[in-house]
Design a protein around this ligand. Structure first.
Ligand code: PRX
Length: 585
């Protein structure tokens, strides 16, 4: 189906023989569609209530449960230990209805914030979707978060309810007193919930299976996710119900989902990829999705493709590099012939990864996709009908105007590196940064949405990722703000000051590196560094701790006292130091 090239290099095209593809791509005639497509056309892909109202979850679950797909498996949940549960659209409909009724009984109101802090499980999907059905705003949290990360999110959003497990709740108790708005803790696995807590099991048992999914204004919010920037604590990126239009369209056009597909997205629901393409978009297309519990494990992953006969697979470059590092004997032990296409997101997909997939998965194309928490769906990609340019992010979705501009918003000539910007107004674009208008406005300059990424466009119109224009760190594809890590570091007794950067890493894309100044009375030692690492891990998250720590006497600062991470990075990487006129001394 694809032509394998033995000397593939950056910029070389992997041609596809379209006549031999197992399924005809949903999007055909890209160039024409770029000229003629209107967002109104995509609105026909979803169902609307009278008067132009909508609920994303009506589209994701209800319309299939009330139609021909009612007995089709929506979810194949595999707990990673050999226990597999198939849940039909009808069952998902009933369960999400019941959960919506539980929230109504608790007095949760329209657009209240309900957070879901769970490992991957049926309850995770049910409570996330049930919340949106009920008209509240759902926000899933990554299960590796520690107390500080949890507190920042629940406090900023004024969350009134939290759905969690008895295990994860232990990380909430230390900070519970700091959350005046949090009225309800719903515990999924504990029939005898602690005093003041709600038992999911008990409430669900007595809850009615009927619920009228609440018709929402398309601009009302369906979910929010906290993400990191250069400065300050994580910010709440809020998405409207109307986003489902584009989330559905891209699941069709980019992931190319067909009714007979079995689709697996490896991202956790705590990240936008898990929410949009591990839940909303593919189900809106009525496709069966695999949900795999447990941790990353090459054996388990290959087995999951084999056992569930996965046809379309969406994953991340770090995972691919980890699989590659395990060698090709392992995948050869499994029957992976069900696969027909692969997709990746979160960091650049190396040409070696594309090439590896061709070899290991019998010539299956690996498509890079580019997007962000803020964009709400894929905006740039190597489309199924197009030749793939390994190393490139691909081309903009029809309806998306993407350019490379300078700081003044002037469009730069092809081939020049600059800021990747998008013309605002696409349906799944974030609607606000929760209670932080000035942060939102920072993205919007010169009539463009500035993505924070730098990129360039080549002669064929393919986009190439260059890097971040800011200090945001992408480690294993996960987005970490240096300020959050610095804040956690200086809470440690031995740390007086801290500066944090991303350091390029073969496997993880980047690792987090910290430069710290010790408080008087503390001496540098490996033991101390380990203790500091453990401290940050336990407060923030397992992935957000510095893998490397350098003890320094002073940190470079501006005259106003801001740590110059740019200088730390330049020094670490042996780069030119650049303008130092604002340096303290
Ligand atoms: O820097 C880009 C990188 O991930 C950032 C967005 O991170 P997040 O909001 O966590 O969302 C990730 C999953 C949607 C971008 O600003 N990024 C995302 N996709 C790519 C990428 N970098 C290079 N290539 C990609 N395909």
């Amino acid at each position: 189906m694809t032509e394998k090239s033995s000397e593939m290099s950056d910029g070389e095209l992997i041609e596809k023989n379209l006549a031999q593809l197992r399924l005809k791509p949903n999007l055909q005639g890209y160039d024409g569609l770029r000229r003629t497509f209107k967002w109104g056309d995509a609105e026909e892909l979803v169902d609307w209530f009278p008067d132009g109202q909508i609920n994303s979850v009506y589209n994701v679950i209800d319309r299939h449960a009330l139609g021909e797909r009612k007995d089709k498996a929506a979810l194949i949940y595999d707990d990673g230990n050999g226990n597999v549960q198939k849940i039909t659209f009808l069952e998902m409909y009933r369960e999400t209805n019941k959960f919506a009724n539980v929230l109504v009984k608790l007095g949760i109101k329209r657009q209240d914030r309900v957070f879901v802090f769970l490992q991957r499980s049926k309850e995770l999907y049910v409570s996330f979707l049930g919340t949106i059905k009920a008209g509240a705003i759902a926000s899933p949290m990554f299960p590796a978060f520690g107390p500080d990360a949890i507190r920042d999110r629940l406090l900023d959003s004024g969350a009134v309810a939290l759905v969690t497990s008895s295990e994860l709740a232990k990380r909430v108790y230390p900070i519970k007193e700091q959350l005046p708005d949090l009225k309800h803790i719903i515990v999924v696995d504990d029939a005898d919930a602690n005093a003041g807590e709600v038992s999911y099991q008990v409430e669900m048992e007595s809850s009615a299976e009927d619920f009228e999914t609440v018709p929402m204004d398309p601009e009302e919010y369906q979910f929010m996710l906290y993400t990191s920037g250069t400065t300050g604590k994580p910010k709440g990126v809020v998405h409207a119900h109307k986003g489902i239009v584009q989330q559905t369209l891209t699941s069709k056009w980019v992931l190319d989902l067909h009714d007979e597909d079995v689709y697996w997205c490896t991202a956790d629901l705590g990240w936008v990829t898990g929410v949009v393409y591990g839940c909303l978009g593919p189900w809106s297309c009525g496709v069966t999705q695999v949900g795999l519990g447990g941790r990353f494990d090459p054996d388990l992953w290959y087995r999951s493709i084999q056992n569930h006969k996965v046809t379309v697979w969406y994953t991340a470059p770090t995972a691919v590099r980890m699989l590659m590092a395990k060698g090709d004997d392992l995948p050869a032990k499994y029957d992976l012939s069900s696969l027909r296409a692969l997709y990746s997101v979160g960091e650049p997909l190396n040409p070696e990864g594309v090439k590896w997939a061709l070899e290991v998965f019998d010539n299956k194309p690996f498509h890079d996709t580019w997007w962000q928490t803020e964009t709400g769906s894929i905006l740039i990609t190597n489309f199924p009908e197009m030749p793939i340019k390994p190393g490139s992010m691909g081309k903009p979705l029809p309806g998306i105007e993407a350019e490379i501009v300078d700081e003044e918003g002037n469009v730069l000539p092809q081939g020049e590196e600059g800021n990747l910007v998008i013309r605002p107004g696409w349906p799944s674009m974030m609607r606000e940064i929760w209670k932080n208008e000035s942060k939102y406005n920072e993205y919007m300059r010169n009539g463009w949405y500035y993505t924070g990424d730098t990129a360039m466009i080549d002669d064929d119109g393919y986009f190439w990722y260059v890097g971040r224009a800011d200090d945001v760190i992408k480690t294993s594809g996960e987005r970490v703000g240096p300020f959050e890590v610095e804040s956690a570091l200086i809470e440690h007794d031995a740390v007086a000051e801290a500066g944090v950067i991303g350091k390029p890493d073969q496997l993880r894309g980047n690792i987090i590196k910290a430069f710290i100044v010790l408080t008087p009375g503390h001496a540098e030692s490996e033991e101390l560094k380990k203790d500091i690492q453990k401290f940050v891990k336990s407060r923030l998250a397992g992935h957000a701790y510095p893998r490397e720590i350098d003890v320094v006497k002073t940190l470079p600062k501006t005259r106003s006292g801001k740590i110059m991470r740019r200088l730390l990075r330049a020094k670490e990487l042996g780069l030119p130091i650049g303008d130092t006129s604002t340096l303290e001394d």
